[in-house]
Design a protein around this ligand. Sequence first.
Ligand SMILES: [Zn+2]
Length: 181
Amino acid sequence: MKYYCSRNFSVKIDQQKDKVFLLQQITNPAIHTDILSGTIPVLLKKIPTIFGNFCCNNAQLSFKNEVKNTEVGHLFEHLILENLKLETLKKENNADYIGETTWNWNLEKIGTYNITIFSPTKNKDIFYKACMKSIAILEEIYNYNSIPLAGAEINPRPAETATCTRLETQVLPYFYLRLLS
Ligand SMILES: [Zn+2]
């Protein structure tokens, strides 16, 4: 179990066999990307390939559109999937990863995200590297905002599940789950 904590968010990382469970708690008032104006510019600068991610979301938006107004935990999941892919491609030809982000703020504190990434134990060093890179990018997005967010409105949304598949092609079927609160 590894743990990261800053003034913006904390992350607990727990590798178990073929899955990594991450518990992310956002402590910054911004828990959605629509009020984080650095989202697009920082992603374009640091990790532009993320815009090619395959994403299953309730509105069926492409990730490029979805990311403009999505949950920070969902963006963090995509950052990990993309960094994991980029790290893996340095050594292997095949690097498809799948992840899932869920939250239920009726049961857990607002801003709590449960993220599962399907990545085997043998990848744990690569995973850790990808995770640290993702954390650094997310911190940069938070720090991009020069306007203080102290008065930002916390706006919880209904409990739901976004399941994401990072695929080079879209030929494989994907999961689409929705938990009704
Ligand atoms: Zn997604």
